[in-house]
Design a binder for this molecule. Structure first.
Ligand code: GTP
Ligand code: MG
Length: 713
């Protein structure tokens, strides 16, 4: 493949509600552009960007899929040249359990194509991905999918879109035919009809607009031009004088309006009948921003800290690249997907990983077509590629010229919302689990793994039941680790409501060396979410410097093991202000134990309390269910924070304790005959009401009594 320059690269994130046809659409576009010999189908597991075993098996997207098409833009300049551009597709999951993956990888896109099922209109995830686009400040276009489906409707879809996203949503096409009879589109910019053969090669015959649609098309064209020309007096005048704008002026004007986020265009396809792909490809090539039209900022320090460093997508700047996705391939090893943020990346370059302060050699840089990787010699600023077998690099890290460090900020991903215990089926499985899970953690930023310090159970936390099930399936298929998944758990925490002042004294004199350490601590609550703060307030060497970390460790270890019911204690400050030591008998371990004892004593005084995770929940459903939905959420101890109508749908927003939401997916389906969708995201921790707290503590003690006693001993 020839190297593409920045101005000839388009990076588009394909996002939208689960199952609206993103992956099928990408396969149709690739086939139409001649990038794949066969036309991939989600239904038979051959779609280019759903290639992982779990995706093929479940027929849904779970992780970021990359692909690219080479396609000519419409020549508008005097040269009339129509060199191909490279359109990089980032095909992202739509189901809410996998939406964190979407957010993390969309950061590499310069524009988004949002799929909307022409039968349903806007759904809960449509709004969610729109918000991500706003956060990343990228232009967006809509594509109506399933145009061949019974009861699909162009008019209703546009109505639904303008209702939610405003009057700047404007269609660039009109459908030719509808439902089973959908045959193509009218291009409202060039005013031509694109007629497709159902199930064909995705390329249309270009015809004059059929007489029956001529008036409607003319009116829509005029509306479009007026919107585009708004604020451009010269163009407006020309339009009124001539009654039209020449196509070589109109295409760049449409592009400018899209790039400036003045308009949000709508196009349409049938991914399964292959109607519309060529028209859509030409649109993407003509109208999407070039990478260098998207401002970017890096920072002097990781995590968005330190001074800002301006960088341009410019070949002349020092090379830098950002890793937005890591894959753990059991055969190929670790594969990193990256975007070149500045400069030219040459094959075999040695770049500095700034986050880890280590050099990495980039042997065999590649472009990605689904699961197929092809080596290339160089990639220019703005392009997307892959690299296998880096020593240490994973998602969210920046690499580049050692002399010009910069850090790009990774996406902010919400904390996991659900926790499961997993149990290895045999000793051999237990031995393998650590290594295997580590590989999966590298590719999944929304997953957390830990070991319950009380019960010694292995704990997986993620964004939903299906997320954890996929992880368990991967562990088994890829790494042959067999596990039992236990019922979901609510990740309760403990905290304190009051203050305490306590002493921890460890003294043992049993022949030989004794053990001696005494510490005095104060404890007080801190703001929710702040975790544990340790303050060293020792004066005059009451405890020598080298044992102070031992006291801290003792306190932190004890806090992790919990006090009321074995849940980690959090959001408190421990101030170490006094103590005693012995020249011979004091030791690291003696002060650790003293720290632990002081913590336990302080907990007695400090009015311990139980915390539970509260979730932000959004439910989307036909408005007839509005009352039922709100009643149901209230009965789950939910606090309704708002409800809005969206055409014939209602969106209900609420804050609900996670403990009440464990079976919501099933309950919502039966309550609405499957016509609702919802999303749920961690919001904050709050106190469990006292009568419930007692039950939770009792239940936990009953289940883990043995472990608790053991720990005391
Ligand atoms: N009839 C018809 N079926 C479609 C169309 N687009 C997609 N499908 C079918 O819808 C199902 C879901 O399509 P996908 O492409 O996997 O949807 P997706 O948006 O990628 O789904 P997620 O990535 O899991 O959110 C598949 O069975 C497709 O064959 C379409 O335009 N018409
Ligand atoms: Mg998909």
């Amino acid at each position: 493949m020839k190297p593409y320059l920045t101005k000839d690269i388009r990076n588009v994130g394909i996002v939208g509600h689960g199952g609206t046809g993103k992956t099928q659409l990408v396969s149709s576009l690739l086939y139409t552009a001649g990038m794949t010999p066969r036309w991939g189908k989600v239904a038979d597991g051959s779609a280019t960007t759903d290639w992982d075993d779990e995706e093929v098996g479940r027929k849904i997207s779970i992780q970021t899929g990359l692909a690219y098409a080479e396609w000519p833009a419409t020549p508008t300049g005097p040269s009339g040249s129509s060199d191909k551009v490279k359109i990089n597709f980032i095909d992202l999951p739509g189901y809410s359990t996998f939406i964190n993956e979407t957010k993390a990888s969309l950061i590499a896109a310069d524009a988004a194509l949002i799929t909307v099922d022409a039968h349903v209109g806007v759904q809960v995830t449509t709004e969610k991905v729109w918000d991500y686009c706003t956060e990343y400040d990228i232009p967006r276009a809509f594509v109506l999918t399933w145009m061949d489906r019974e009861l699909s409707s162009f008019e209703r879809s546009i109505e639904s879109l303008t209702e939610v996203f405003g009057r700047n949503v404007v269609s660039l096409q009109l459908p030719i035919g509808s439902e089973k009879g959908f045959r193509g589109v009218i291009d409202l910019v060039a005013m031509k009809a694109h007629v497709y053969k159902p199930g064909g090669d995705g390329k249309p015959t270009i015809e004059e607009i059929p007489a029956a649609l001529a008036d409607e098309a003319k009116e829509a064209h005029e509306q479009l031009v007026e919107m585009i020309a708004e604020g451009d007096d010269a163009m407006m005048e020309e339009f009124f004088r001539e009654g039209t704008i020449p196509i070589h002026d109109l295409i760049p004007a449409v592009r400018r309006a899209i790039v400036a986020e003045k308009i949000f265009p709508v196009l349409m396809t049938s991914g399964l009948q292959n109607i519309g792909p060529a028209s859509l490809l030409t649109f993407l090539a003509d109208a999407l921003p070039h990478p260098d039209e998207h401002a970017q900022v890096g920072y002097k320090e990781p995590g968005g800290k330190g001074d800002r460093v301006e960088r341009k997508y410019d070949d002349a700047q020092p090379v830098s690249l950002f890793v937005f996705k890591t894959l753990a391939d059991p055969f190929a090893g670790r594969v990193n997907y990256f975007k070149v943020k500045s400069g030219v990346l040459k094959n075999d370059a040695t770049l500095q990983n700034y986050n880890r302060n280590t050099p990495e050699r980039l042997q065999h840089i590649q472009v990605v077509q689904g699961k197929q990787l092809t080596e290339v010699g160089e990639l220019h600023a703005g392009d997307i590629g892959a690299i296998a077998k880096l020593k240490e690099t994973t998602t969210g890290e920046t690499l580049g010229d050692k002399a010009a460090p910069i850090y790009y900020t990774p996406a902010r991903i919400p904390e996991p919302s659900i926790t499961f215990a997993i149990e290895p089926k045999s000793r051999a499985d237990e031995d393998k689990i650590g290594v295997a899970i580590h590989k999966i953690l590298e590719e999944d930023g929304a997953l957390r793994f830990s070991r319950d310090p009380q019960t010694k159970e292995f704990i997986l936390a993620g964004s939903g039941q299906q997320h954890i099930e996929v992880v368990v399936a991967k562990l088994q298929k890829r790494y042959n680790v067999n596990l039992t998944l236990k019922p979901p758990k609510v990740p309760y925490r403990e905290t304190i409501r009051g203050k305490a002042d306590a002493e921890g004294k460890h003294k043992k004199q049993s022949g030989g060396h004794g053990q001696f350490g005494v510490c005095r601590i104060k404890m007080e609550p801190v703001e929710r979410g702040k975790g544990i703060e340790f303050v060293d307030d020792i004066f005059g060497g009451a405890i020598p410097k080298n044992w102070i970390p031992s006291v801290e460790k003792g306190i932190r270890d004890a806090a992790a093991r919990g006090y009321l019911a074995g849940f980690p204690v959090t959001d408190f400050r421990a101030i170490l202000y006094d103590g005693k030591y012995h020249d011979v008998d004091s030791s690291d371990i003696a002060f650790k134990i003293a720290g632990t004892l002081a913590f336990k004593e302080a907990m007695k005084q400090a009015r311990p309390a139980l915390l539970e995770p509260i979730m932000n929940v959004e439910v989307y459903a036909p408005d007839q269910y509005s009352g039922d939905l709100m009643g149901d959420l209230s009965s789950r101890r939910g606090r309704i924070s708002g409800s809005e109508t969206r055409g014939h749908n209602v969106i209900v927003k609420a804050q609900v304790p996670l403990a009440e939401m464990l079976s919501y997916a099933t309950d919502l389906t039966s309550m609405t005959q499957g016509r609702a969708s919802y999303s749920m995201e961690f919001s904050h921790y709050d106190y469990v009401p006292s009568e419930l707290a007692e039950k939770v503590i009792a239940a936990h003690k009953a289940a883990h009594g043995e472990a608790l006693v053991e720990e005391e001993a």
